[in-house]
Structure formats: C-alpha cells, structure tokens
Design a protein around this ligand. Sequence first.
Ligand code: MN
Length: 206
Amino acid sequence: MSLRAYNSKRKFEGTPEPQGKVGQAGRDLIFVVQRHHASNLHYDFRLELGGTLKSWAVPKGPSMNPKDKRLAIAVEDHPVDYATFAGDIPAGNYGAGHVDVWDHGAYEPIGENGDVISTTEFAKHLDEGSIKFRLNGKLLKGDFALVHIKKDKKTWLLIKHKDEYATAEDYDSETYAKKSSLAYTAARNNERGLKKQDTGNHPPKR
Ligand code: MN
C-alpha cells in the first residue's frame, strides 16, 4: 500500500490534511465515512488495510437498504491519520471544500460464508475485485460488500447485505449528516444562487 498518489496531489503547506505516512495496526481495523463537499458533494468510504485507508468516493453516500447499489469510485489510498480529519480544505487545494466525519468504527474482513478472514486473504479479495466486511459504526452496522464492476479498476458498487441491521425503508445519508455539514452545503448553494441542489438523494417517504 503506497501513499505516493495521496502525497503528490497535495501541498501540505496549503491544507490542514495530514501528510501521508504508512501506519501500523496493533488493534481493531477501522473504517470511516467522511462527507466531503468538494466541487461535488460526495461521501468518502475508507477501510484500513495494510497501514493505509483504502478509499472510495461514493456520490450518493452509503445505504442501509440492500436494494441500493451505491456507485463507489476507487480513489488513492489515504493515511490512517486521515480517519479523524474534519475541517475545511482551503480553495486552490486538491479536494477544496468541507469534510466531516459522517460515521466511523471498527470493521472485520469476512469471507463468502460470513466468517472473519485474515487481512492477507482480504487483500487478495480486494485485488480480485470483491470484498465483504462487517462494520460496527454508529450508523453503518452489519455486513456489506464492495464489488468491482468494470475493467477500469475504479468502478465499484457498495451494497448492504440482508441482515438484522438492514432496512427496507428508503435511505438517504444526508438525513444523518451533521448540522454543520448541511449548513456548509446550504451556504455554498446560496452563494451560487441556488435554493436547493439536487444531490440525487431524496428524503425518505413517510
Ligand atoms: Mn473526497
């Protein structure tokens, strides 16, 4: 796992984001989901593996409803320290905008039958383009899959498995966004003279 791409995209004198160093795991593996309003609003889904955070940009955000297949675009590995990053990336820098931690917690890599597997095996599944994992976050819980769907190596789908945590209701990650995040987005939309930006997410029907 290399952080070369992460470091090369950023000028660390211009952004409060952490500089990339490969870390060591001697504890539970972590995951984090960051809500990132950059040029476009998206959610960054990150899983710790091999001392870095494997990362995907999920335009609509994750869902707890197994019927949703959320597009997830693989992006560069991020340093483990990035998991606690929240704040503003100044204009002119890579990914300029606002970042908030939307959810975080521990995760376990699992195999086809739901048994916990080694990180070595998990890394192999990742290379093969199909991983399963069990999340223990505040919002995201239970089993999920990330499946590579194209030869370009970048296009994946993030899918909730049917389990006791899954919901059959419409799921909109914006419902659970921090007030500060929503305020940032509202202010930016106002600046552009928009009353409301359609993110493609729609509030649950009641
Ligand atoms: Mn991002």
